[in-house]
Design a protein around this ligand. Sequence first.
Ligand code: CMC
Length: 392
Amino acid sequence: SGYITYDDGYGNTGSCSSKITFIDGEKGILRYRGYPIEELAESSTFIEAAYLIIYGELPTRPQLSDFSTRVLTQARIDVGMNNLFEGFPNNSHPMAMLSAMLNTLGCYYPDLASNDRHQDLENFDQAASILLSKVRMLAAMSYRMKEGLPFVYPKPDMGYSQNFLHMMFSNPYDEFIPHDDVTKALDLIFLLHADHEQNCSTSTVRMVASGGANLFASVSAGVCALWGPSHGGANMAVVKMLSEIHADGDDGSRFIEAAKKGEARLMGFGHRVYKNFDPRAKILGEMCERVLKALGRKDPLLDIARHLQDKALSDEYFIKRKLYPNVDFYSGIILKAIGLPLDMFTVIFAIGRMPGWIANWKEIAESSSKIHRPRQIYMGPTKRPYVMMKDR
Ligand code: CMC
């Protein structure tokens, strides 16, 4: 005691033990509960992966059907919450709304958000399905509220991701029918974001949970942590960057030079853990090509993205620092091609990450782990006598 090791950014500090997700950053390996991400991306769906992450095993057919039904039928939002939505200024960021609404949601379920660990765990199944369902509903509502459109509820014959597109874009007498590849791409984006061990937002969820706070409050904090451009906000930042490059009349070459001089950051590139490649980016890069083809969309920003990618991958600066495209580089491009508004991009990440936050909260709540309470290296003034007002 008395001797504290400082580890800037927790680069080498294990904050917990966990059985959920395994990452080997050197080898580019990511597994949920032991299953390789490539196999899950190929054969699974987001909702099945959510079950796996939360409960530890792949569901049987009846288990999956029961889980999907629970998620589907929990979409209803108490009308009291509409008043809260109306209280937000028109230009509010949907991440701010989402975090506030998720925390508020807990007030409607006092038995599930009691801050009594034993009781909250007893009601865990219900709380988990409520959150998976309502995060999608609240996300769509925040968009529709801004657009002045009525809310749309999910339909039993549509899967989780198709329903989200329906809830975002359908109108009475005008149902939005997405291209199959678009539904698949969105589902894949959700699945690839579903958990990622101790990233900034998941560690936040665990930190809040370690004090005994309920699941709703803990995931609400997770949304705030995700919001920043170095974390979940990167998918939005990628498209902003591409737009600025385009507005400058640059094809990406000048931007790369600026990044090399430290004057700009190539958003969607680099990762704290993956130092060879991001396996999620590999999967999503292929899907990106497929969606763009399916939509037949020509977009100058996509040409710039390709150019940036090719330039960076062959440039000494990026190679030496092991900077590769990360998952957000391609998710940003896909979400733009699908036509989702820019400020919803990080909300998409939050919907995807919900199973991971839920599973990590459960792991803490079930453990006997101590409250998380890191120490610091104090660098402020040494002891000094109080200075009276008249002498300052
Ligand atoms: N563009 C240009 N240079 C970069 C970039 C970049 N995107 N990322 C890192 N560098 C440089 C950095 O300037 C430093 O150079 P030097 O050694 O000469 O000072 C070196 O690479 C190491 O960077 P770092 O900041 O120490 O690395 P980190 O592990 O702290 O940061 C990161 C990781 C993801 C925050 C960072 O790479 C970054 O800001 N990337 C852009 C934002 C982004 O895409 N974030 C999404 C991450 S994936 C989704 C998620 O998990 O949330």
